[in-house]
Design a protein around this ligand. Structure first.
Ligand code: NAD
Length: 321
């Protein structure tokens, strides 16, 4: 293991998940938090995601010997499904629980948290000004050897590189939600990132059981959302313009491409509230003539009926037994 000490800057939804995967894979991991209040908010998240990770392993036991197992097993938690047994999963549960407990620490003091860090991953809320202030502040604390990454979903590393005091050691390392099963880590430098540092970050992603997705240039939305967003947009537009209903659109995509799910099934997983919020951020959201405005109305009608997606048992599809 090359990376001995890992620091997460921010302990929200993603910071906690990344920290747990880092601890699970045996890395000494510290989450830096800005206040006592943050500790109160982060501790329940650690408990919640620890349980989610252990539950995912328990669930995987049901698929031992089932051909479906190879598709659904939690890929970041079990490195090799071939030859897996219930006993081996039990061993992973024991070891994983111990690692997550013993390797994960919370720290309020920035200097203490960052001391001797090999890599620090910023996972603070998506606010450009606050991130800039924060980078300026830690640039004086970071040790020379520390690689600095951002997990930002929508902001580019070139926006921040100049404030980090180490642009050559700074880049994006972007994780997906439910990191233990959706284990992509999109690696994206800016023009000034040292190629050797980039390679080290790719290695770090592998060390914590992620599949590195290597981008050669900056791209808003990285690879995954650059593919996913146009697909969701196209499905929504076909529905809002009355061309076809959600089930038909999903069928066309699934049967025609062999993909396991269609865009409306994906939206049920994402949750219709998030889908609506994203639509409301579009520039034409308030134009009553626009397709976006029509879509918001159609989605919000479902939300008003409590149809929020898988989470409420009904969205575009019904998930009750
Ligand atoms: N939620 C997702 O699905 C997801 C997926 C991939 C990437 N991301 C990215 O990860 C980052 C964090 O997202 P999240 O969903 O975990 O957010 P969150 O709101 O759950 O957590 C944000 C954390 O940052 C801390 N924070 C906020 N402002 C701060 C400040 N000024 N100084 C210090 N700490 C501060 C909060 O206390 C909290 O611990 C964002 O850049 C987001 O784009 C999120």
């Amino acid at each position: 293991m090359k990376f001995k000490k890992v620091v997460l800057l921010g302990g929200g939804v993603l910071g906690t998940q990344i920290a747990l995967m880092s601890a699970y894979t045996g890395h000494d991991t510290t989450i830096w938090l800005r206040s006592e209040g943050s500790i109160g908010r982060t501790e329940p998240k650690i408990q919640y995601y620890t349980k989610s990770i252990l539950d995912a392993l328990e669930e995987a036991k049901k698929f031992v010997g089932n051909p479906l197992g190879a598709y659904v097993y939690p890929k970041a938690l079990i490195s090799d499904w071939k030859g897996i047994t219930v006993e081996k999963i039990d061993e992973l549960i024991r070891e994983g629980e111990k690692n997550m407990k013993e390797n994960l620490h919370l720290e309020l003091d920035k200097e203490k948290a960052l001391k001797n860090a090999d890599i620090a991953i910023e996972a603070m809320a998506e606010n450009t000004e606050e991130k800039i202030e924060f980078y300026k502040n830690i640039s004086e604390i970071l040790e020379d050897k520390t690689i600095l990454c951002t997990n930002s979903s929508t902001l580019l590393p070139s926006t921040f590189a100049q404030y980090t005091g180490r642009p050559e050691k700074y880049m994006a390392l972007h994780f997906a939600n439910s990191i233990w099963s959706h284990n992509t880590a999109e690696c994206m430098g800016h023009e000034g990132t040292d190629p050797e540092i980039y390679k080290e970050v790719v290695e770090f992603a592998k060390e914590i059981n992620m599949v590195p997705i290597e981008l050669h240039k900056e791209q808003p939305g990285y690879v995954l959302n650059s593919l996913l967003v146009p697909l969701l947009d196209a499905g929504q537009s076909l529905w809002a313009r009355g061309i076809a209903d959600p089930e038909t659109i999903d069928n066309a995509w699934r049967i025609g491409t062999g993909a396991p799910v269609g865009p409306f099934q994906m939206m049920d997983v994402i949750g219709l509230k998030t889908v609506s919020n994203v639509l409301k951020m579009k520039p034409d959201a308030k134009d009553p003539e626009s397709i976006t405005c029509r879509l918001i109305k159609m989605i919000d009608e479902k939300i008003d009926k409590g149809e929020l997606g898988i989470v409420s048992g009904k969205g575009f599809y019904s998930y009750t037994k």
